[in-house]
Ligand binder design. Structure first.
Ligand code: HSE
Length: 288
């Protein structure tokens, strides 16, 4: 049995903790067979446990505590701690593992609710489960009906990920956000998000991209942690991309562009920082 979960990019600028897209990079988990104890073969990094302490197994056992131990193989092309949903992909894989091995028959909604409870916000886990573009809201204080979401087709476009060679922990990136936002500022911030989402639903990428760069919830505070953000915004403007935004909590920056601009933008980004990884991606339409 094999499980494949896409990478995700959360927020899309103003859709903070709510919007996300699934991307064409993947975590794969293969069940190799029964085992005396949980055993995970992987090359993701020395710090990542190879036994039942691994987040994948922890998640699966939370849902199905009596699962018999297995030997698993885990491979991933999703860079860690770069804002591309690597930990969400593991949580979603753990839920799917429990669902299939334990015959839990979880609905898509239930998977989204369980994953959101574990992750804390739905904007990575929901598109990792559903694929494509997902807009979600999470009522963390509710035990039932805690997540509402809509999945929708994201208009066809090229996506370039500029992935810096430095990690940025979500906790650090959330730590620079303000406790409160003045009412008037919040109204403006949510209006920007509303137009961004409506433009995506209408297939109007130029307007969506413009709104993605008008975020007032988080990017203005996080910009100082991601030195390339303002330079890449300028490149997008000069080169005719639709727009760019911080992927999740950063430090990756995603650029949405018409296909004919892609090659030139990739060349410019490669020259900007030779240590950064620049990836040409597309939307994953399927999810887990
Ligand atoms: N919405 C979250 C954030 C995504 O921006 O902090 C990262 O996990």
């Amino acid at each position: 049995m094999k499980i494949r979960v896409p990478a995700t990019s959360a927020n899309l600028g103003p859709g903070f903790d709510s919007c996300g897209i699934a991307l064409s990079m993947y975590l794969s988990v293969e069940v190799l067979g029964d085992s005396e104890q949980w055993e995970i073969i992987h090359t993701l990094g020395e710090d990542i446990p190879t036994d039942e302490k691994n987040l994948l197994v922890q998640t699966a056992l939370k849902l199905a505590p009596s699962l018999a131990p297995k030997k698993l193989k885990m491979t991933s092309t999703i860079p860690l701690t770069r804002g591309l949903g690597s930990s969400s992909s593991v949580i979603v894989a753990g839920i799917e593992l429990a669902n299939r091995l334990g015959n839990l028959n979880l609905s898509e909604l239930r998977k989204v609710e369980l994953a959101t409870q574990i992750e804390g916000h739905p904007d990575n886990v929901a598109p990792a489960i559903c694929g494509d573009f997902v807009v979600a809201c999470h009522f963390s204080e509710r035990k039932e009906n805690s997540v509402n979401y809509v999945k929708h087709y994201f208009p066809e476009c090229d996506i370039i990920a500029f992935i810096p060679n430095t990690e940025l922990l979500t906790s650090k990136s959330r730590g620079v956000l303000p406790e409160n936002l003045p009412y008037k500022e919040a109204v403006k911030a949510s209006a920007v998000a509303n137009v961004m989402i409506a433009a995506v639903l209408n297939g109007n990428l130029p307007l969506a991209g413009k709104m993605m760069q008008e975020d007032r919830w988080h990017e203005i505070y996080r910009g100082k942690l991601v030195p390339h953000l303002s330079g890449i915004r300028q490149i997008c403007k000069e080169e005719g991309a639709y727009g760019c935004f911080l992927s999740g909590a950063g430090p990756t920056i995603l650029i949405l562009t018409p296909a004919e601009k892609t090659e030139r933008i990739i060349k410019i980004l490669n020259a900007l920082d030779s240590r950064a990884q620049v990836e040409h991606l597309s939307i994953d339409r399927e999810g887990v």
